[in-house]
Design a protein around this ligand. Sequence first.
Ligand code: ADP
Ligand code: MG
Length: 298
Amino acid sequence: MLRNPGEAYRLLNRRDIVVLRVIEKYMKQYEYVPLDIIVSKSKMPDKEVSLSLSKLNRLKLIRRFRGDYTGYLLTYLGYDCLALDDLVRRNIVYALGPKLGVGKEADLFRALSPANEKIVVKFHRIGRVSFRHTRKYRPYVEDKPHISWLLQSAISAEREFKALLECEKAEVSVPKVLGRSRHVVVMRHIDGILLYKYRNPIDPEAILLDILDSVRKAFLKVGIVHGDLSEFNVMVEFNNEKPIIIDWPQYVEKDHPSAQQLLERDVRYITLFFKKKFKVEADTEKALRYVRGESESI
Ligand SMILES: Nc1ncnc2c1ncn2[C@@H]1O[C@H](COP(=O)(O)OP(=O)(O)O)[C@@H](O)[C@H]1O
Ligand SMILES: [Mg+2]
């Protein structure tokens, strides 16, 4: 079984991509897209479409339904291949490498850009872990639970992409974002380590101040709150000890009813971490006033 979308993508030809695209398009109307629609919309000889469908089914890029009619739906792996194809054609991704990590709601891979730079490809995967939990908080496309997960993953990626772009403009310290397609976000690879694993910092106080500075700019200039700030979503660059805040899809706008509460949570979490781990004495209340723009220093 192919686990890496890059491996699956390499086995595809243009005909396979056309068939996947047709299924993607008509999945908004049918949970399983009928075979005759796939054949007519692909504009290819029946036999070629059938060959392609069996191959895609075998590779688990699509799933077949046999009942009163035969139909197909796109799996996450099929959706991954469509996004990769788009990113490759737009010269954003050149090749996908090994897995970087599996998070709660994403799979991340190392990759290379056409200019041979190290990049990271993040596949958003809503609905994979806890069905009930996710469902409670997100809009739900009735009767089409499967496509709704794919579309919600695309919405999540779009949110993260937008947040990263806006943050970069406002000089919030975030990974440089390079592109997006569907449920996939591409960004520059950070040569560093997650904050919770970082030992013996030279100047922990400066790292905390840098983080709070970013939180302040995100709040005052971009108008958003990260909402999941912790030692697991901050990376520290090896060469200059600069903190970079990652993982933005859950951000909320400043005027969201939970924004103030989340901002408080973010600031409290990070100041407490620095206190416990590095003995940096930072007053949470003062830090909060600073990030809200109510004072000019901490
Ligand atoms: N730009 C990046 N460069 C290097 N590593 C990254 C980058 N973005 C994420 N990672 C790594 O991947 C992990 C998961 O990424 P993250 O965006 O936090 O997604 P999630 O927590 O939802 O899985 C991070 O903890 C980090 O180790
Ligand atoms: Mg994370």
